[in-house]
Design a protein around this ligand. Structure first.
Ligand code: SAM
Length: 207
C-alpha cells in the first residue's frame, strides 16, 4: 500500500505514528465544519452529551465549552484517538466534566435512556451498518433526546467519492439515506441543513 493511501486510511481507525498525525490534523481541519454543525443544536441545558467517533477530541471539548452544565462522554474505537482526546481535554477530565472511553458505536456498553444529545462528526462513513448503529444511539438517548450527524460530504461530492474508492470500508451517504436509516432506527422529526457552497451537511433527529 502506498504512503498516501496508508495515510488517508487513518481516517477510518487512526493507528501508530500516521494515526497520530491524522488525529492532530482532524482536530484543526474539521473545526469550522464542526462549529457550523454545533450551531444547529437546540438552545438547551443538556446534562449529558455523548460524542461518538471523537477522533482527537476537539469537538468533545467544544461541546463541553458551549454547554457548561453538561458532562461529555467521548467514545472512539481507536486507541490513538482515545489517547489524543484525553490529552486534548485533560483539564475537562480532571474537573470531572468529561470522560473518554474506548468503544465501538455498534455495541455501546452504555445504559438506556441516558443522554440528552449524541453527536457524530465525520464518522458515520465508517460505521458498520447505519441502521444497526443508529439503533444503538437511539437506545442510549433519553426520550426527546437529539442525535446530530455532521458530515463534510453530502454523499455526492467528487472529493469524498474519490476517498470512498481509496479507503476500505468507507461509505458516503446522502441526506435522504441518512434520514431513512434514522427513521428505520426509530427516530422522528428528522431535519437537515446543507452548507452554502460546500457539501457539508447536518442532520438532526429526535428520539
Ligand atoms: C474521520 S475521523 C473524525 C474524528 C472527529 N469526529 C472529527 O471530526 O475530527 C473518524 C473517527 O471515527 C472513529 N470511528 C470509526 N468507526 C467507529 C466505530 N465503529 N466506533 C467508534 N469509533 C469509530 C475513528 O476511529 C476515527 O477516530
Amino acid at each position: 500500500m502506498g504512503l498516501y493511501k496508508k495515510f488517508v486510511c487513518q481516517t477510518r481507525k487512526p493507528e501508530g505514528a500516521l494515526g497520530k498525525m491524522m488525529v492532530n490534523g482532524m482536530n484543526s481541519g474539521h473545526a469550522k465544519m464542526a462549529d457550523w454543525g454545533i450551531s444547529h443544536l437546540p438552545k438547551s441545558e443538556p446534562s449529558k452529551i455523548l460524542e461518538l467517533g471523537c477522533g482527537g477530541g476537539r469537538n468533545a471539548g467544544e461541546l463541553a465549552n458551549r454547554f457548561p452544565s453538561a458532562r461529555v462522554t467521548a467514545i472512539d474505537y481507536s486507541e490513538v484517538s482515545v489517547a489524543k482526546s484525553k490529552e486534548y481535554n485533560k483539564d475537562l477530565i480532571a474537573s470531572g466534566r468529561m470522560s473518554v472511553k474506548q468503544g465501538d458505536v455498534s455495541d455501546l456498553r452504555l445504559p438506556v435512556d441516558t443522554y440528552d444529545i449524541a453527536t457524530a462528526f465525520e464518522t458515520i462513513y465508517f460505521w458498520p451498518g447505519l441502521e444497526k448503529c443508529f439503533t444503538e444511539v437511539y437506545r442510549v438517548l433519553k426520550p426527546g433526546g437529539v442525535f446530530m450527524i455532521v458530515n463534510e460530504s453530502d454523499g455526492m461530492d467528487d472529493t469524498s467519492l474519490k476517498f470512498e474508492k481509496i479507503i476500505d470500508g468507507m461509505k458516503c451517504y446522502t441526506i435522504e439515506q441518512i434520514g431513512a436509516a434514522l427513521k428505520a432506527a426509530g427516530f422522528s422529526e428528522v431535519t437537515s441543513d446543507h452548507y452554502d457552497g460546500k457539501p457539508w451537511i447536518t442532520v438532526i433527529a429526535v428520539k
